[in-house]
Design a protein around this ligand. Sequence first.
Ligand SMILES: CC(=O)[C@@H](O)[C@H](O)COP(=O)(O)O
Ligand SMILES: NCC(=O)COP(=O)(O)O
Length: 240
Amino acid sequence: MTRLSVNINKIATIRNARGGNNPNLVQIAIDCERFGAQGITVHPRPDERHIRYQDVLDLKEVVTTEFNIEGNPDERFIELVKRVRPEQVTLVPDAPDAITSNAGWDTIRHADHLRYLVDTFKEDGIRVSIFVDANERMVEGAKAVGTDRIELYTEPYATQYPTDQEAAVASFVRAAQKAHELGLELNAGHDLSLENLRFFNERIPYLKEVSIGHALISDALYFGLENTIQMYLRCLVQDS
Ligand SMILES: CC(=O)[C@@H](O)[C@H](O)COP(=O)(O)O
Ligand SMILES: NCC(=O)COP(=O)(O)O
């Protein structure tokens, strides 16, 4: 079964709006796990607009499932990840002023840099995942730099899904097959939701993990966090 990692960035966004500790990010991470999440994802950004670097250190003390730290690997990020030693680091090429992540790596152009990063994190026993578009050449490039996994950037899938599900998923199926042929493990994320997740999971072979934040936390406003996590988990169960 594909595993669900809950991205708690948006909890930190709400907390930061008032400067105090409500909602309590650490308690929410503990509760997400209690409600069935199989991982916790955070994406510290240089401006700390949601997840703060201190949050990552605090979360390391309590997360008992898979801890996944995503981000643009600048010096501060590299130092943080190497200090925390999460189960997984996901390398994302987003600009500091980007509203959210908006593209995968060009794994061919940035091959030398990515190879260095993969080696750096693997040295500390941290699994490395590289965020890529659903493009077979980029998957091949990711393999060439030695990563363990890739994460497919699913925003284009989510955008096209309401109008043409088959067209939306086609390049993702090809990229997933390519990853499998090359021996790469597969994650996916960005804008996955209750609307589009089940179909994606049914169609994408060998999917190990999805990380979901924005839609899941928004749904929790209506359904509650525990129910919402269970609803997402049900989308990931395959009928046999
Ligand atoms: C890497 C990725 O796909 C993003 O979804 C990211 O983790 C979300 O970041 P924000 O919560 O800052 O939009
Ligand atoms: N890696 C994707 C992620 O963690 C969450 O993305 P989103 O669901 O907030 O778009």
